[in-house]
Write a protein that binds this ligand. Sequence first.
Ligand code: ADP
Ligand code: MG
Length: 563
Amino acid sequence: MTIHVLSSDVISKIAAGEVVERPSSVVKELIENSLDAGAAQVSIEVSGGGTQLIRVSDNGSGISGDEIELAFERHATSKITSESDIEGISSLGFRGEALPTIASVADVSVLTKYRDEMTGTAIRLENGVLINKASQGCPQGTTINVKNLFQNVPARLKFLKSASTESGHISQTVAQYSLAFPEVKFTLVMNGRTSLRSPGNGSLRDALVEVYGLQTGQSMLEITGGDVSVSGFVSPSSVSRSNRNYLSFFVNRRWVQSKALNFAVEEAYQNMLMTGKHPIVALNISLPSGEIDVNVHPAKREIKFRNEREVFTAVQKAVRETLVGFSPVPSMRISSSLSASPAPTSIPFPSTGGLQSANTELPVLQPYHRTEPSAQLPILRVIGQLQNSYVLGEGPDGMYIIDQHAAHERVRFEKIRREQEMRSVEVQGLLEPISIDLTAQQSELINSEGKLLTETGFTLEQFGERTFLLRAVPTVLKQQDVIPVLTEILDFLEDGQRSEWQERIAASLACHGAIKAGQALDQREMEELLRQLEGTASPRTCPHGRPTVIHLSSAHLEREFGR
Ligand code: ADP
Ligand code: MG
């Protein structure tokens, strides 16, 4: 093949792949334009996961009738003129790429009225080419309609996920901007239903309440003290989620994704959350604009910090101090190494801060490993209970220490799996339905994945925009565990974790509602637990792979006592 310069059409489609990866990227770019135009209200309407329609309306400055075509020219922007402007940038956009790019992969129409003009302008483009322009009256501001997204780029269309997944990304995007700009009123209408309506009163807590529901929003702790450059809210250790989608960072009001910041926060929560659990945070970081480079990612999703270490430390410190100030001795802490000292600087991710970690106090013992071939347990005689957490048993070859929570989890897990496989999950109707408030994204999931949830034993009925009535739950759950389990399941779904889906749910159901550490058991209960554990297929590990049993063999005892 000879070398040749690509046609502008091909160039724009290649560029589109970077800027407009999926429907939520269009929503992001249009929201950013509205915010840059000083809008106090931004309404987003979406159908078909964004491929049918994305409409973003704002009451910002509007675009002048003379300039509207220019807005769709590549590299046309009103936001910078020289390279040096990028460094001190305060607008979200600056490349002049979004509108031409979107217009190259969708049918776009615009209705806008500039604040200083008497009348508005309507234009329509197809394949990036202007096909109609007319004067049309309208209030100040801009409405952009994007239809048939990616219809002319089949390769891209193929890579899109289901409409509900794409809708989920859109909800997530709108939610993030409503947290980043609490003074702006955002409305999201998804397939004709309002799924988010932020108050726009300037209060980040109120925005959190809208996005994450009343209970979670009210439980959030405001960052206090520390460096003034970090502000916002963090969840107390009692509130957590099963994925990292709830970590929001805004640097100079720009929503950014950063592994380093995720890490700084998770470090601050070290030993406060169970393994696999993540906090909810919404943090604003303000830095002199020279301290960041915003021009490093095609979709402007990431930024570069001039001094990342310093930012990392400031964030970690602010979060840690807030958490420690709120709860000097979180109830989940057991191990003595967890003091309220300044944030630890070691690097591993928070390890099991949970109850099971207590067994590391017996390091000389070799717990049975999950891959141990002879999985069965011998018949055990109950000797007693230790620390209200472990059942001591005597077997043919020495002593067995059974973690009562882990053991009960195993028993419940296998029972639930059997029920699932036989499609006979036992369900209990609730006398009084429980009303729950969900995020826009979770509501979408319930609407699209209702069947999956029903199969797992949850019956939910839509009550308000984002309020659902829980009418039935799996019988294995105790009342107080219903909401945490449901939230966990929605987190799995939200993360697209469909593989081993039933198993994850079973593990979650098994864990909640299992006998807890610290719970006194009488002789009969302990015997019953051991009988049930003996009857399981894999009695030696809990569903998360941790040991249920530690064996102290007769030989080991003899050796230890020097016999
Ligand atoms: P950028 O945001 O990087 O400048 P865009 O392609 O997103 O590039 O937008 C091009 C220009 O169109 C902007 O610089 C702005 O002047 C104008 N514009 C786009 N959307 C709006 C809007 N909602 N309100 C007012 N002006 C807008
Ligand atoms: Mg823009």
